[in-house]
Design a protein. Structure first.
Length: 363
């Protein structure tokens, strides 16, 4: 759940970033212009497509995304989040002192807390020190931490140790650190979408680091379409399923790209289970979640990925989340990124596909 550094971007199993619609024909005079805007922000890339007579203000759109980065980056020492992380939770007299929060950061932290509680702690934005300890931080691979080290790091983390009050955020441990990389990109997608809608645009595709939100129809007058990636050998890409996006967001979390094999031959996933303090080891290769807000799709994809194929499916069904799970077949080598998988669709995803596509919406 760590933000991707600008110069060390990791390849993660997210969506195919192409909108997957037919090539536009400019011969039709009735067809509106199709604007494409691309750039870099939050340590990754973004791609925005808009169908409208008027060209969007690229600088303003980039500014909306950069504003999120300036508040929620762990790599910018001047960000609001970095200031929160540096705050030891006490005033000059040693009494508990809240850190004042902007409305955007409060909103993201509140959403993170909501998903943390609903997932039984599988989602936790305070897990960053454990991510570092297992070799997925800025320093790269390290010797796996001892059980004692893991226990010590867990003691200074935990979502319950960050309390939101009207005056700001209160820390239960002075060393507690938040990393919003599993929710901030989704919030950035939502902010760009809100900017577009406020400016009068109602047909768009916004993608930041593989997280997508779409509204209205694409250039050909049909739903925008996102391809969910199937695990494949390094350097290869394959689509497992194409999902139409009808005024909805989609986010994917998986572990088959960003992992390493340690000295003992054990595959170490970059996804850390906050409850154990160790990398996940189950058979879930990836999970894609649909939600009206990408911030929640982003967070829930991570939470369900931590929970695994059985518990994650149970929670997704209980909360009526449209989700596509790609589960490794029994006996598949968890260290093999190209291991065969089987798709599992939640009831809510089947219902959604039935509504937008017709038919059964099955596997």
């Amino acid at each position: 759940m760590r933000e991707i550094p600008p110069l060390k971007k990791l390849i993660i199993p997210t969506l195919f970033l192409a909108a997957l619609f037919a090539a536009q024909s400019w011969r039709s005079q009735a067809r509106l212009p199709h604007w494409r805007i691309q750039g870099e922000v939050m340590g990754t890339t973004y791609s925005i497509q808009v169908i409208h007579a008027r060209r969007p203000d690229e600088a303003a759109l980039h500014g909306a995304l950069e504003a999120v980065n300036q508040r929620m980056s762990t790599y910018l020492k001047t960000s609001e989040l970095s200031a929160l992380n540096a705050h030891d939770g006490r005033d000059a007299q040693g009494a508990p002192a809240p850190f004042p929060l902007s409305d955007p950061l409060r909103r993201v932290l509140a959403a993170a807390r909501e998903v943390s509680e609903a997932s039984g702690g599988a989602f936790d934005v305070t897990v960053a020190p454990l991510v570092d300890a297992w070799g997925f931080g800025p320093d790269g691979r390290v010797t796996p931490p001892s059980p004692e080290r893991v226990a010590a790091l867990k003691a200074q983390a935990g979502y319950a140790q960050l309390t939101l009050t009207p005056a700001g955020a209160l820390k239960g441990h002075p060393a507690l650190r938040c990393d919003l990389s599993a929710i901030a990109k989704g919030y950035g997608v939502d902010e760009a979408a809100r900017w577009l809608e406020a400016a009068g645009y109602d047909r768009y595709w916004v993608e930041v680091g593989g997280e997508v939100r779409a509204r209205g129809k694409n250039a050909d007058g049909v739903d925008w379409r996102a391809g969910v990636e199937r695990p494949a050998a390094e350097g290869r890409r394959a689509v497992e399923r194409v999902i139409p996006l009808r005024d909805i967001s989609i986010a994917t979390s998986g572990d088959y790209r960003n992992r390493y094999i340690d000295a003992e031959g054990v595959a170490r996933s970059h996804t850390i289970d906050p409850r154990t303090g160790a990398p996940i080891t189950h058979a879930l290769a990836s999970i894609s979640v649909l939600h009206p807000e990408n911030m929640y799709a982003d967070a829930w994809a991570t939470a369900l990925n931590v929970l695994g194929p059985e518990e994650g499916l149970r929670v997704a069904e209980a909360r009526r989340l449209p989700a596509l799970l790609l589960v490794r077949e029994p006996g598949a080598d968890p260290g093999d990124p190209a291991a065969s998988v089987r798709p599992v669709l939640t009831t809510a995803l089947r219902d959604y596909l039935r509504a937008v596509e017709g038919g059964e919406g099955g596997d």
